[in-house]
Structure formats: C-alpha cells, structure tokens
Design a protein around this ligand. Structure first.
Ligand code: FAD
Length: 281
C-alpha cells in the first residue's frame, strides 16, 4: 500500500518546524519515528499534504534526571533508548518506565518509535500515555506562541485527540518524582500487539500501603485514573477489593478485541496483578 502524495520538509530546528507548521496549517503533519503515522498514511486514514520531519532534531533526544529528582525525556528519545538506559540515565525509582517498554510492539518498532510520537498520537492503550496519566507527568509543547506545560491529566481529550495545537511540537515529557512502588501490566492477544486492557498502579508504602494511584488503558477513549479504586487503597482495603472497585467504576467499550464483561474481567485480574508486582518491588 502507498500513501497519498505529499510534500516532504526536513526541519532544521524546533522554531523552524513550528513556523512551517503554522504556515501550512491543517494540511501538515509532524513525522518523528513514523511507526504510527506511516501505517495510517498507507491505509489512507491520514492524508497530510505536507510532512514536517523532526527526526533530525538532536536537541529533542535526551534522557536524564534533573536536580529535583524528576525524569526529563526528550520527545525524540526512542522506546529502545529508555529500555536500555543505564541505571544512572533513568535514575532510581523509574524502573516502572523502563520495564513498560517491553510491552510496546517489537524491537524494530521500539528502535524507531519515539516517546513524543507515542504521546502525541494519543492511543488510549499506549503505555506512554498510561504512564503519563498514572505518574502526573507534564507534557512540554512548543509553538509559535512560546512554550507551555500541560499536565497529562489535561492532555488527552479522546480517541487520538490531545491538547496539542496543529502548529505545536511536543518537545519533552517530565515525570516529576520517582515511583519506586509502581508497576504496569497488560493483556494483548499476541505479544507485541496493542493491549486490550492495560493497568498501572503507583503505591504509597510506609510499612504498609497508605494509598496510591490506579490508572487503566483500553477502557475509555483515553487512559483514565480510577478514584474509586484509589479510595480502597487509602482506606486500607485489599488489592482484590481495589481491583473489584476498578472493574465496577468504569464502563469499558465492547468491540472486536473484547466485550465489556471480558474487559471488566481483565481489569480485575490486571489491577490486582499490578498491585502485587508494585508491592513486591
Ligand atoms: P509517528 O508515527 O512519526 O507520529 C505519530 C503521530 O504523532 C503523528 O500524528 C505525528 O504527527 C505526531 N507526532 C510525532 N511526534 C510528534 C512531536 N514531537 N510533536 C507533535 N506531534 C508529533 N505503541 C504502543 O504504545 N504500544 C504498542 O503495543 C505498540 N505496538 C505497535 C505495533 C506495531 C506493529 C506498530 C507498527 C506500532 C506499534 N506501536 C505501539 C506504536 C509505536 O509505539 C509508535 O512508535 C508510536 O505510537 C508513535 O511514535 P513515532 O515516533 O513512530 O510517531
């Protein structure tokens, strides 16, 4: 399959790319790793008249812990770079992020696909989107009107829809604090497929569980936190009760990948499993 005709533009810097995007308007799309966009173009689900290639912008390829202990990841960092980062590259307490990479597609996809591309694409089952919502990440976007930081909880609007303006580029994602007791797990039909349901938890533990965050992917148009399940954790309930509360709180869709009752069953299993994995760290 071949995409519809388009004009190719190679960006030299972020400012040049955003200026070009502003000039070209809705006709243009950014391309980074191309692992989602090219497939959509080949299926003619996307027909941009212009592609602005940002893959050469090395300033957006970085990974490191800042002085406040937050993890900053440049938009062009690949999934594989994160997966293989040395311990001092990711910093203590971010193992959940490194380990989640193994769930993303296959090695060739992880070596080309980027963190920024994943978040900008906004798939409701994507591991990066789920991690961002779970860990209160901030998404840094730059455009002709300057730079802004958007909390992950306000970034995803619906299926493949985000707060990014058409002339903005996602430049960085910031995870503000380590999450030493966090875990992500999921179920997919085959290894490397997108998840049918994904669950992630981040426990607050001081001797015993004092509370925590619970987030789900594949149950709504975007990844969601589940306050009802988090309330169970803060009131000293069991992981099983937490998982039951998560399954009862959401109304997952029914589609070719699974019915609503099947997805609820997965939620019960996966939330409990994620809690147990997080606790065992
Ligand atoms: P691209 O494909 O280049 O772009 C994707 C979208 O984001 C486009 O709309 C583009 O305009 C926009 N964009 C890209 N970068 C930016 C930026 N910096 N600023 C603004 N907009 C930007 N992903 C998962 O999360 N989990 C999976 O299990 C998974 N399995 C996969 C299996 C297969 C077979 C394939 C082909 C892909 C899979 N993916 C999966 C997708 C993969 O993770 C992609 O890398 C990712 O979704 C997009 O990253 P990219 O850099 O390739 O972006």
């Amino acid at each position: 399959m071949k995409p519809a005709p388009f004009r190719y533009h190679r960006a030299r810097d972020v400012e040049g790319a955003t200026t070009l995007l502003a000039e070209l308007g809705d006709e243009a799309k950014v391309i980074a790793g191309g692992q989602s966009l090219v497939a959509m173009m080949n299926f003619r689900l996307a027909r941009p008249a212009h592609l602005v290639d940002i893959a050469g912008l090395r300033e957006l390829d970085h990974l490191g812990v800042d002085a406040d202990g937050g993890l900053r990841i440049g938009a062009l960092t690949t999934h594989h770079t994160v997966e293989t980062a040395p311990p001092d590259g990711l910093g203590p307490g971010f193992d959940v992020i490194r380990e989640a990479m193994a769930w993303i597609g296959h090695l060739p996809i992880r070596t080309r696909g980027t963190v920024g591309g994943s978040i900008a694409h906004g798939d409701s089952t994507a591991e990066w989107c789920l991690l961002a919502v779970l860990l209160d990440a901030e998404i840094v976007a730059r455009g002709p009107r300057g730079q802004r930081r958007v909390p992950a909880g306000e970034f995803f609007f619906g299926y493949y829809t985000t707060a990014l303006d058409p002339d903005e580029i996602l430049v960085e994602i910031v995870f503000p604090r380590p999450a030493p007791r966090a875990a992500l797990t999921e179920f997919a039909e085959r290894r490397g497929d997108f998840a049918v349901v994904a669950a992630a938890v981040d426990l607050d533990v001081e001797g015993s569980v004092r509370g925590g965050r619970v987030a789900l992917g594949g149950v709504a148009a975007m990844p969601v936190r589940v306050p009802e399940a988090e309330a169970v954790l803060s009131s000293g309930g069991s992981f099983r009760d937490c998982a039951e509360a998560a399954a009862a709180a959401v109304e997952p869709p029914s589609d070719a990948n699974g019915s609503t009752p099947y997805r609820r069953h997965l939620i019960r299993t996966l939330v409990q499993r994620a809690c147990e994995e997080a606790m065992s760290r």
